[in-house]
Design a protein around this ligand. Sequence first.
Ligand code: AMP
Ligand code: FES
Ligand code: ZN
Ligand code: ZN
Length: 326
Amino acid sequence: MMKCKKCGEKASVNMRQHRMALCREHFLEWIPEQTERFIKKYNMFTRDEKILVAVSGGKDSLSLWDILVRLGYQADGLYLGLGIDEGIHYSEESHRLTDEFARKNDLKLHVVNIEKEYGHSIPALSQMSHRGYGKPCSVCGLAKRHEMNRIARDLGYDVLATGHNLDDEAAVLFGNTLHWASDYLLRQGPVLPSSDGLARKVKPLCRFYEREMAAYAIMREIEYIYEECPFAAGATQVFYKEFLNQLETVRPGTKLTFYLRFLEARQSGALFIQRDAAHAHIRPCEKCGQPTSAPGLCSFCRMIEKMNVAVADSLPEDGDDQPYEE
Ligand code: AMP
Ligand code: FES
Ligand code: ZN
Ligand code: ZN
């Protein structure tokens, strides 16, 4: 029987990368303690600042909200309605669970529906802009980033927090490394400082494994959406995650070391020369004011504009489904 490192009782969670097992009670203490440690270590925010937690209805972001509130931080929620209603009514169900969590815990939740706000759902936008923007996930990512930034700024929050866990971060890092995407590698980390009117962005769960967050949510009896977004299947990120999990099985700690050594190497200046010049030509979008390197409109506003033109131009007999190429 695996024993809890703190009390010697039967352990519920074994964390091989830390060579540590904990019982339910101690695991539920350990997760917020560690989160607090990461918040301080990376200077994420203080108890005086107003935090907006982006909540998707999944285990990570709901747990993050739960942890921050337990730690005594001022954290409100933001749910973005993406209009993804294929199969299991993904958006509807994740909205319901987020709403329920907020109500149960008496927390403030802002809800913004992208289709209502801009007239087009994510699946519709992704079909139209396929050529320019690729799979629905990239349109969705663009829209989520834009809206999170906009709302955090408009509502006067100091910080925007997302529920990205170590599995997410290691998979993104792996992809960026495979492509030596230096601009992304320079920016990836637990904290993205505020700039040009954008709120600071933080990822307080970036050092927890996905399975730890699932264990936390279940032990805290948080009801979350189990299903992945229906578009996630086959995404490159999913493949990277599976691959990293295979490495992890053979060598526990691989994911954590990969991520932490990257952060250390970058901070020491061993990886890249910090290029401020990359920032030189950033200017505000003419429509929404968010920083962009493109002249005129930012990518999100350009996408919406293009969609509006496409809808205005379409004749009734053109109403057939657009072909969708992979
Ligand atoms: P994902 O991009 O789906 O891996 O989600 C990463 C993080 O983005 C989540 O942990 C949330 O913090 C945030 N997020 C994703 N989807 C939504 C949504 N619909 N509304 C608000 N936040 C979201
Ligand atoms: Fe955005 Fe799946 S959550 S495409
Ligand atoms: Zn214990
Ligand atoms: Zn814009």
